[in-house]
Design a protein around this ligand. Structure first.
Ligand code: KG4
Ligand code: ZN
Length: 344
């Protein structure tokens, strides 16, 4: 009889190194993340070469840690993030996965990072039912996706320029706040008036569900130049910026739910921690009658639990390690299909 899938997941697409072990019957056995935020803070953004080098230092100890935490289970396969992401960073995870696969005679699968995010709600006991609309908002992604099932994804909208988190970070930098600036900007916004500046609601008047945030950042820059340099002025700018982002996101989510007829909205990504966004979506959900679902923050931000989960769902697609060290820096989500039916 075949053993239940027990998959080691490895994530290294950007500035988090992570490892996890997921068991087909018992669920998540262990997961661990090392964030590189402190490493990149001085530069005001992720430095790809530093990210790659830090993944080399951190991934092996993280894998050892989750293996010990999970009680040294016998693995049946390895899943790593194949893309999208930073090429050098991805290569570190792919090489480690392929090496481990070869040395331990385990099959390996390169997983789509965004599929991991989309299915991360399944890591929770009270997982939402399919179909749902997912809003992924982080430092690197802004996506609205109709998720009808595993491997059945339709990208409905995405950012044409800056990701939402990136817009928060860049605006925070203009306001003299640290990196990553999202939480600091949100804290300052709580002191300000959201109607002080009439910032643009990007793309709201256009049909379609794509986003654009770079113009908003320029509006923030001009407002800072024009305003006296007091904390109260900056708080007004922060609050007005946040309001413009939140209104835009809420309107596009509403539209996506109406178009698809889905009754649940899943919000993932670091910006999902934003209290104003959560409040506004909850209000709209009550008004329009859709359910709102936030995975816990550790599963919203980059992690390997979601990668191990996808590996488990796609176990039949795993291949011998020697053939598997592939990375794909740009990889359209719509090209994935449902999992291949296998022995699992
Ligand atoms: O998903 P995440 O942890 O990682 C990556 O993108 O890699 O998202 C981080 C992003 C950053 O841009 C950060 O500024 C933003 O999420 N963020 C927030 C808040 N907390 C984190 N933005 C607005 N409000 C927050 N409370
Ligand atoms: Zn991510």
């Amino acid at each position: 009889m075949q053993r239940p899938a027990t998959i080691l997941g490895i994530e290294s697409s950007c500035d988090e190194s992570a490892a996890a072990i997921y068991h087909a019957d018992r669920g998540l056995l262990a997961h661990a993340v090392h964030s590189q935020v402190a490493l990149h803070a001085d530069y005001g953004g992720v430095v790809p070469e530093l990210a790659s080098r830090d993944h080399i230092r951190k991934l092996t100890p993280l894998i050892e840690q989750v293996t010990a935490d999970a009680g040294q289970p016998a693995l049946t396969g390895i899943a790593y993030t194949r893309g999208p992401g930073l090429m050098g960073a991805l290569l570190v995870g792919a090489s480690i996965a392929a090496g481990l696969g070869m040395s331990r005679s385990l099959p390996v699968l390169g997983v789509h990072h965004m599929e991991g995010h989309l299915l991360s709600p399944l890591l929770e006991d009270n997982a939402p039912d399919f179909p749902f609309v997912a809003l992924l908002v982080s430092g690197g992604h802004t996506l609205l996706v109709h998720v009808e099932g595993v491997g059945r994804y339709r990208v409905m909208g995405q950012s044409l320029d800056d990701a939402v988190g990136e817009a928060f970070d860049k605006s925070a930098k203009l306001l003299g706040l640290g990196y990553p600036g999202g939480p600091a900007l949100a804290a300052l916004a709580a002191e300000g008036r959201a109607d002080a500046h009439a910032f643009p609601r990007p793309m709201l008047k256009r049909p379609g569900l794509d986003f654009s945030f770079s113009g908003l950042k320029t509006a923030v820059m001009l407002a800072i130049k024009a305003a006296p340099d007091t904390r109260a002025d900056h708080a007004d700018i922060a609050a007005s910026f946040q309001q413009a982002v939140v209104e835009t996101l809420v309107a596009k989510c509403s539209q996506a739910l109406a178009t698809t007829g889905a009754a649940t909205l899943v919000v993932a990504g670091g910006v999902g921690a934003n209290a104003a966004l959560r409040g506004a979506l909850a209000e709209r959900g009550t008004r329009d009658g859709f359910g709102l679902y936030f995975p816990r923050l550790a599963f919203c931000t980059d992690n390997a639990a979601m990668i191990a989960l996808v590996g488990c769902l796609r176990e039949a697609e795993m291949r011998p390690g020697i053939a598997a060290a592939e990375v794909t820096a740009r990889w359209p989500l719509d090209t994935l299909g449902p999992p291949v039916a296998g022995a699992a």
